[in-house]
Write a protein of this length. Structure first.
Length: 138
């Protein structure tokens, strides 16, 4: 694979399941905010029933399995958005198109002031940067 920017690598890390180490499929969030593939959670809790207690595979915080089973856990829509961004990023890298090339039809670059510095960033990339910063502080 070609050299990835740190933002691209961070996006890849954030969109991979900590159980199967693959890109998330049907990402589900636990009450502790950790996210896993639904299939991975079903395999991990295969002996558990609705109402049983189960621990997060990462932080070991306990939670109660919903009445409709692990399938009833809330989909993580933020991760789904990041998966879409990862797909767009991969397509963009494969086509060697700079940010404004593909996204200019939807967004235009504009000066953004942050910490006494001004830079030209398209709103899509700004959104990803802010999201990455937010998720790092959670």
């Amino acid at each position: 694979m070609a050299h990835q920017s740190s933002a691209t690598q961070e996006l890849d890390d954030m969109t991979e399941c900590s159980i199967c180490f693959e890109v998330f499929t049907d990402p589900r969030g636990l009450p502790c905010i950790h996210t896993f593939c639904l299939k991975c959670l079903l395999d991990y809790g295969k002996d558990k029933q609705p109402g049983d207690r189960m621990v997060c595979p990462l932080c070991m915080k306990e939670f109660t399995i919903p009445d409709d089973g692990l399938s009833g856990l809330q989909k993580n829509f933020y991760i789904e958005k990041l998966l879409h961004a990862r797909k767009l990023s991969a397509e963009q890298e494969a086509q060697h198109i700079p940010c404004e090339g593909q996204l200019n039809q939807h967004f235009s670059r504009r000066p953004i002031r942050y910490k006494n510095r001004t830079t030209n960033v398209c709103p899509f990339m700004w959104f990803l940067l802010i999201l990455l910063i937010h998720l790092k502080t959670v």
